[in-house]
Write a protein of this length. Structure first.
Length: 109
């Protein structure tokens, strides 16, 4: 029992105030780490994806999230008509586009 009492912190309010400042600094450092390593890169990736989806145009070769390769045949506000060849055209949501392989104008070179 005496051993536990010897380990208890000795002192007054001054030690508690310093402890509070170091705790706040530690929470601030943890928040900064989370912001720069997790939140900020996700925001940047979301902006790049939004720019990719808004820049697609008729004739672009794309790949869907399901892995299907096709060409943009028509565009609406939230959907796009994709031509998969042999006169097969399917309407997809724009968010179903994973990546744009090439523009239609680049293929003519």
């Amino acid at each position: 029992m005496n051993y536990l009492l010897a380990m208890a912190p000795q002192g007054g309010d001054a030690a508690g105030g310093g402890s509070m400042v170091s705790t706040l600094i530690m929470f601030g450092a943890i928040f900064a780490i989370f912001y720069f390593m997790i939140i900020r890169p996700q925001q940047k990736k979301a902006k790049e994806r939004e720019a990719l989806l808004s820049a697609i145009k008729k004739g672009d070769k794309i790949v869907t999230n399901g892995g299907m390769h096709g060409t943009i045949a028509g565009l609406d506000d939230k959907t796009c008509l994709i031509d998969f060849g042999n006169n097969i055209k399917i309407k997809f949501d724009r968010t179903a586009i994973a990546l744009v392989e090439s523009s239609g104008k680049e293929d003519s070179k």
